[in-house]
Design a protein around this ligand. Structure first.
Ligand code: TGC
Ligand code: FAD
Length: 392
């Protein structure tokens, strides 16, 4: 793969809106991605393997629980910093950002928000340091967009619960130490349970043959009469709103992350277009290529503004699920379109692993599907503005 020469576009001088802390956090993450991810990511993606050596670095840059208080091992940063970290990691690879998103927003967030003090103390510091890795089990083979139909269930039996069922498409499951699992109790109410590797009847087979997110490990969670101690139930919230609350946080991170993938594609295509000579001049001098590049920077700039304002709203406690859906949907679609256009600017070279664009493009096919599909986010906006949910 070519050396990482990335230079971040900032067409509307958005850096002026960032604090010194934001810039420091961003540059630490950017440097880490250049040093530790860019040189290895293509090889791991080609062999469809998660680079476990990245775990230590992710922990060191504060990517595991950026906004979780320092008392529990988190970095205690604000939401803009969280977004910038996700942006920079996804600039390297969406699969690595997935690992950080899941650990932070889908494992640490529910334990912090819905867990007991004992659960926080037991799990959060180890998750922040990467000693424990986590995963989040909501999706089932027959219930993806419609998680309220889940069939995974638990019932009381003495001092523990007996958990049965299966989850599919679970990021990090093949190596996770803990899984935050959503299941129905005997009354059909959804609750979160912390399931730990080694519990009898709990297995995590890996899902193979993915053409997308190849550097992220995806798998199943299978529960065959797993005895989960009662102290592993998250007592703070139940009902579908509990997992959806975690998704709000993760989708917010993705709205920023997708900008990173788009920036990398744009920067690569711009550099290539200025260097590649055809018909006696750089292809950047042809109007058709300029159209592509000009539209890319316009869309990136709009996405940056959307993410920044969403971050402000989030910090003021005013960001709604529908606000977050709009940004996730817009920014991921923006990124995938930019990846496709950038790929064309590179001609034949664009399909090779010499450049990051094709990998980003394939990764974004997962990003546009997980954490709520493109269609579901449109329906969330539609329900919000009309007051009429059209999901069913
Ligand atoms: P609905 O009737 O709308 O809501 C049920 C209850 O939940 C409440 N609620 C929320 N609460 C907190 N935060 C939110 N964001 C909430 N959204 C809804 C709601 O008020 C209601 O509460 P109550 O008290 O009245 O019961 O539910 P619905 O069944 O009609 O579904 C709505 C829909 C379709 C939007 C929802 O099911 C949905 O978002 N589906 C998409 C599923 C999804 O996003 N799955 C993601 C799985 S995790 C993943 O993909 C990780 S990838 C990670 C990586 O690798 O980065
Ligand atoms: P379906 O729900 O079957 O949707 C199929 C199509 O139908 C989509 O186009 C959808 O938009 C459309 N559709 C569905 N309902 C409607 C409707 N009401 N109106 C109009 N159109 C509709 N899940 C987890 O729990 N944890 C994870 O860590 C996780 N990681 C993932 C990693 C990867 C790589 C992938 C690909 C998925 C992951 N997922 C995870 C699952 C992901 O959240 C689901 O794939 C997603 O929610 C969609 O569910 P589905 O695949 O079952 O598609």
């Amino acid at each position: 793969m070519k050396p990482d020469l990335f230079e971040a576009p900032d067409y509307y001088q958005l850096d002026d809106l960032l604090t010194e802390e934001h810039k420091l956090v961003r540059s630490a993450t950017r440097e880490w991605v250049k040093r530790d991810i860019s040189p290895i990511i293509e090889e791991y993606a080609q062999k469809a393997e998660f680079p476990k050596e990245a775990i230590k670095g992710l922990a060191e840059i504060g990517a595991f629980g950026p906004y979780i208080p320092a008392a529990y091992g988190g970095a205690g940063l604000d939401q803009i910093s969280y977004g910038l970290i996700m942006q920079e990691i996804e600039r390297g690879d969406s699969g690595i950002r997935s690992t950080a998103s899941v650990q932070s927003s889908l494992v640490m967030y529910p334990i912090f928000t819905y867990g007991t003090e004992e659960q926080r103390k037991k799990f959060l510091p180890k998750l922040a340091s990467g000693e424990f890795m986590g995963c989040f089990g909501l999706t089932e083979p027959d219930h993806g967009s419609n998680p309220s139909g889940m069939v995974t269930n638990f019932k009381e039996q003495g001092d523990h619960y007996l958990l049965n069922g299966a989850k599919l498409w679970i990021s990090n499951s093949p190596f996770a130490d803990v899984a935050v699992v959503w299941a129905k109790n005997e009354e059909g109410r959804i609750h979160g349970l912390i399931v730990e590797r080694g519990m009898e009847g709990f297995s995590t087979p890996e899902t193979h043959n993915k053409w997308s997110l190849r550097a992220s490990a995806t798998g199943e969670l299978i529960f065959d009469n797993v005895k989960v101690p009662k102290e592993n139930l998250l007592p703070g919230k139940n009902g579908l709103g509990a997992p959806l609350g975690c998704l709000d946080s993760a989708r917010y991170g993705i709205a920023w992350g997708a900008i990173g993938a788009a920036m990398d594609c744009y920067d690569t295509a711009l550099r290539y277009a200025k260097e590649r000579i055809q018909f006696g001049k750089p292809i950047a001098g042809f109007q058709l290529q300029q159209k592509k590049l000009a539209e890319m920077i316009t869309e990136i700039t709009k996405a940056q503004l959307l993410a920044f304002r969403l971050g402000q709203l989030k910090m003021e406690g005013k960001a709604t699920t529908a606000h977050i859906s709009m940004a996730k949907r817009n920014n991921v679609e923006m990124a995938i379109k930019i990846a496709r256009e950038a790929r064309q600017i590179l001609g034949g070279m664009g399909i090779t692993g010499e450049y990051s664009i094709m990998r980003h493009m394939m990764n974004l096919e997962s990003v546009i599907t997980y954490e709520g599909t493109h269609d579901i986010h449109l329906l969330i906006t539609g329900a919000d503005i009309t007051g009429i949910p059209a999901f069913k």
